[in-house]
Design a protein around this ligand. Structure first.
Ligand SMILES: [Zn+2]
Length: 304
């Protein structure tokens, strides 16, 4: 059998085109691999998860089209190129992705519940988010049997509370909650109730709620209840200090903001949260615990 020059040229052109398509396929699959890794990151946000879950199927569709080109499916480099895409495609349907979606839905629902002073949902959804993210992280080392069961439990709980990604608001028939969640929600409701009296007196022998803002002649003094101001001044006098604390006349102006600084009592680190009411400030101080040993101070900030 002889090959004419024209035939030989046509073969060469086809082979060249196949190589070009395989290179396209490789680049596409290679670029998709890091997008798949978004779905194994326990801290992935809703936006990032949505990006990954949209981009990966698009890449799969594009790759499927390239695979129909002559010679591409049979090409020696193709299986290696496809392995990058396969990992991302697997991530798409892995339990971690469902957990991440649930974590992000729970986070948004907990924030909404916090706005509505709904302690039970706030605690429950916060707990669901934490459990989901923990399991996504644990998946890096492969799940134990216990973790497989924990994943099913938390996703079932989330579904009962309509926290699946296409969630609707929960109806009036409240599904049961784990006992520790009910306890934590009750504790939070108790704190909320105490905080309706306002900011706590900073005098350690008092700590009553409903303290007023003081000043010491040069600047902002601590929050104290009216009865504690003369007592603290007397303590100052006994130590040879000038008794200068007074309640700020007129109290805190309506447009003022409360700045709650949460600090680490046993190491570096602090966080500041701005609140609009004294109740919210005190509630934040007692419920937001970013450190194992969280302490707090509350200041009034007046913005012009
Ligand atoms: Zn007091």
């Amino acid at each position: 059998m002889t090959t004419t020059l024209d035939e030989w040229r046509a073969h060469a052109r086809t082979a060249q085109e196949t190589d070009r398509q395989v290179r396209r396929l490789y680049h596409l699959a290679y670029r998709t691999a890091p997008i798949g890794r978004i779905l194994t990151n326990p801290n992935a946000t809703a936006d990032r998860v949505a990006y990954a879950t949209t981009r990966i199927p698009r890449a799969s569709a594009a790759v499927a089209r390239i695979l129909t080109r002559p010679g591409v499916a049979e090409h020696l480099e193709t299986p290696y190129a496809l392995s990058f895409l396969t990992t991302a495609e697997r991530a798409l349907t892995a339990p971690s992705t469902q957990l991440l979606k649930t974590a992000n839905t729970a986070r948004a629902a907990a924030a909404a519940a916090s706005e509505n002073s709904d302690d039970l949902r706030c605690v429950l959804f916060g707990d669901i988010e934490d459990r989901c993210r923990y399991l996504v992280d644990a998946a890096h080392h492969g799940w134990t049997r216990h973790e497989h069961a924990a994943s099913k439990t938390v996703l079932d709980l989330a579904a009962r509370w309509r926290l699946s990604p296409d969630a609707r608001p929960a109806d009036a028939n409240q599904p049961p909650v784990p006992a520790h969640i009910a306890q934590e929600a009750a504790r939070r409701a108790e704190i909320r109730a105490r905080c309706t009296a306002g900011i706590r007196c900073t005098r350690t022998t008092c700590l009553a709620y409903g303290a007023v803002r003081t000043h010491d002649g040069t600047g902002q003094g601590p929050f104290l209840c009216p009865g504690c101001i003369p007592a603290v001044n007397a303590e100052h006098a006994a130590r040879g200090l000038a008794p200068t604390l007074q309640a700020v006349p007129g109290g805190v102006p309506a447009h003022a903001r409360y700045s709650v600084t949460l600090y680490n009592g046993s190491g570096p680190g602090r966080r500041t949260v701005t609140c609009t009411t004294p109740q919210e400030a005190q509630f934040t101080a007692e419920t937001v615990r970013p450190f194992n040993n969280t302490g707090y101070t509350i200041h009034v900030t007046t913005t012009p």
